[in-house]
Write a protein that binds this ligand. Structure first.
Ligand SMILES: O=c1cc[nH]c(=O)[nH]1
Length: 170
């Protein structure tokens, strides 16, 4: 299977995002990347937009519903939100969207900081395997994997999607 090149998806994603913001009359979006890959995608999108917009960073490790199974990764760092959440139009950015559980965790964390006016979702790759009612507003590409396959975004420069096969359980 050939995975798309993120650098080729980003200009179109930036254009669709621009339309999305215009259609909702959102003039001052606040960008938030989900650590780690979502931050890289958000940074690349902000470079395309060239508007000097601030980027918040969200680490959802504590908010994942599988936190007690997976434990705490040694690299977990606090979220960094350099702007108010209350009343703002947020653009939440992730790299790979699958079940929707990471986005559910991100929304829970964001609402602990305040009540945004809206949250739009941008993702580079949609794996079309949702377990929750979550739908992206801007998607770079959609593809379906075999049950034992996953995709990892390598970065930050260059951004590359890598296909991985899960080790069998036994
Ligand atoms: O394959 C997947 C699924 C969810 N998140 C990823 O980064 N990769």
């Amino acid at each position: 299977m050939t995975l798309p090149n993120p650098d080729q998806l980003l200009p179109e994603m930036a254009a669709i995002l621009d339309q999305h913001l215009k259609s909702r009359s959102i003039s001052e979006p606040r960008f938030i990347g989900i650590r780690t890959g979502g931050v890289w995608v958000a940074q690349a999108l902000l470079e395309q937009r060239a508007k000097n917009e601030a980027l918040g960073i969200l680490d959802v490790s504590f908010y994942r519903d599988d936190f007690t199974q997976n434990g705490l990764h040694p690299q977990v760092r606090p979220s960094e939100l350099p702007f108010e959440i209350e009343g703002q139009h947020l653009i939440l950015v992730d790299d790979v969207l699958m079940s929707g559980r990471t986005i559910r965790a991100a929304l829970n964390e964001l609402f602990d900081y305040g009540r945004p006016a809206s949250v739009s979702l941008v993702c580079l790759l949609d794996l079309n395997a949702r377990e929750l009612p979550i739908r992206p507003d801007v998607v770079g590409a959609t593809l379906s994997l075999a049950p034992d396959q996953r995709v990892k975004l390598l970065g930050p420069s260059p951004l590359t999607l890598e296909l991985q096969t899960l080790a069998s359980a036994n």
